[in-house]
Design a protein around this ligand. Structure first.
Ligand SMILES: [Mn+2]
Length: 320
């Protein structure tokens, strides 16, 4: 016996701080092998899944996204994010509190259930990292955050604006119109919000700043980051990362792929270069494992989620 390997860290670990790793092919799942628990006392970042996918326009399947992202995260738990000068898990108490439960036969109740789920977490933990689920889930999450912080800066990575004009009413459950309603309802401040990686035509931006995919390719991710920092300033930011913001070459496993998107390098560089923003909440959505035979989309989702943890932690850490 030369080595003692811990197993099932998700349920066995005592300390919510620190890097742990175990074989990727075994053990109880949790995001990055964090403690899997409903006890959020003293937790900084609570990871939760929202396996909801019935608001999609075209291909469903993101209800399996949270589990796929947790599985993919077991391949990166051994390493610290390469672009950051600290290990976020040494500085933040992180727990995975599992998925929200809803009745699939009572769709109308789902938005309120998601909002209440996030609100309840925010009474204990400082922030949430939500794993989707289709993009609709961000709307009730935003409502929970707006109740705490007031109107938010929405920082959205996406191929689509999701602000399609929706005369059907605020109660429609649609993953393409929820930010139209979010602006109309005053929970998002459009002039201090930005959408990055857009490559679908929507003339009415609802006043949100657009940094489209062409601009990122042309000007570079550093320029995009500088622009974002100007737009959001020190206001509270909710960051939502639709995995289809990445090009389908890197993220094919999603419901509504559009070619010409961001590379992982571009997205990760933007995230690194906006370090210091006042990030208050975050999610990664639209990972659909059925269209992801190699698992690369889930790996991208897990890695981006890991980056978001570092981005969240950055202003709370002494870098001297
Ligand atoms: Mn999208």
């Amino acid at each position: 016996m030369t080595q003692k390997v811990e197993i099932d860290n998700a349920i066995q670990r005592k300390d919510p701080f620190g890097k742990v790793s175990e074989p990727a092919y075994s053990g109880v799942l949790s995001f990055l092998r964090s403690k899997y628990t409903k006890d959020l006392e003293g937790v900084d970042i609570a990871v939760t899944g929202v396996p909801f996918d019935t608001a999609v326009t075209h291909r469903p399947g993101t209800r399996f996204g949270p589990r796929a992202i947790r599985t993919a995260s077991t391949q990166i738990d051994w390493d610290s994010p390469y672009n950051w000068d600290f290990e976020v898990r040494d500085h933040m108490a992180i727990a995975d509190c599992g998925d929200v439960l809803f009745d699939h036969g009572r769709l109308g109740e789902v938005p309120d259930i998601i909002e209440m789920h996030i609100s309840a977490i925010l009474e204990k933990a400082k922030t949430t990292l939500t794993l989707g689920g289709d993009h609709f889930i961000t709307y009730p999450i935003l409502k929970a955050y707006a109740a705490k912080y007031g109107p938010l800066c929405l920082l959205q990575f996406d191929a689509h604006t999701d602000t399609w004009n929706d005369e059907g009413g605020e109660d429609r459950i649609d993953h393409g119109t929820m930010f139209y309603h979010a602006v109309k309802q005053g929970i998002v401040a459009p002039e201090h919000s930005a959408q990055v990686g857009i490559r679908t035509k929507n003339r009415d931006t609802m006043g949100i700043n657009i940094i489209d995919a062409n601009e990122v390719h042309r000007e570079g991710p550093e320029a995009a980051a500088a622009k974002i920092k100007q737009i959001v300033g020190d206001r509270p930011v909710y960051l939502t990362f639709d995995i289809d913001g990445l090009d389908p070459a890197y993220a094919p496993g999603t419901g509504t792929p559009v070619i010409g998107g961001l590379t992982p390098y571009q997205a990760m560089t933007v995230l690194r270069q906006i370090a210091g923003i006042n990030l208050v909440g975050m999610d990664v959505v639209e990972v659909a494992p059925a269209y992801d035979p190699s698992g690369v989309t889930a790996l991208a989702g897990a890695t981006i989620a890991y980056e978001l943890l570092s981005l969240y932690a950055y202003p709370h850490i002494d870098h001297s």
